[in-house]
Ligand binder design. Structure first.
Ligand SMILES: [Zn+2]
Length: 109
């Protein structure tokens, strides 16, 4: 594409989709179905998301919409894979350090 055409497209605001790439991995952003993440997420999730997989999901807010578990957005294939591994490793960690190990039993035993 020639410079004059690019200038025209830029003036019309049409160049954003031309070279959209993941800011972390450099992969092209392609519309794909991604999970919608709900709830008050800890800072570790948001920090990891910003740093490791910013283009892997969509934030859904505090109220879960059971009919909207996924959505379509411009996503990075590497982000999606990294997020999947991050979530699964965190779930294993959480189950390893089970809630009952940290909390006293309710009956006081
Ligand atoms: Zn990415």
């Amino acid at each position: 594409m020639r410079a004059r055409e690019l200038l025209l497209l830029a003036a019309l605001g049409l160049t954003a989709c031309r070279s959209a790439r993941c800011e972390v991995h450099g992969d092209p952003l392609i519309d794909r179905e991604v999970p919608v993440v709900y709830g008050l997420m800890g800072g570790d999730y948001l920090d990891a998301r910003d740093e490791l997989f910013p283009r892997a999901d969509a934030l859904g807010g505090c109220v879960v919409d059971p009919d909207r578990r996924t959505t379509v957005r411009a996503a990075c294939a590497t982000c999606v894979e990294v997020a999947r591994h991050w979530r699964s490793s965190r779930l294993r960690t959480r189950s390893f350090h089970g809630f009952e190990e940290r909390e006293p039993p309710l009956d006081g035993r």
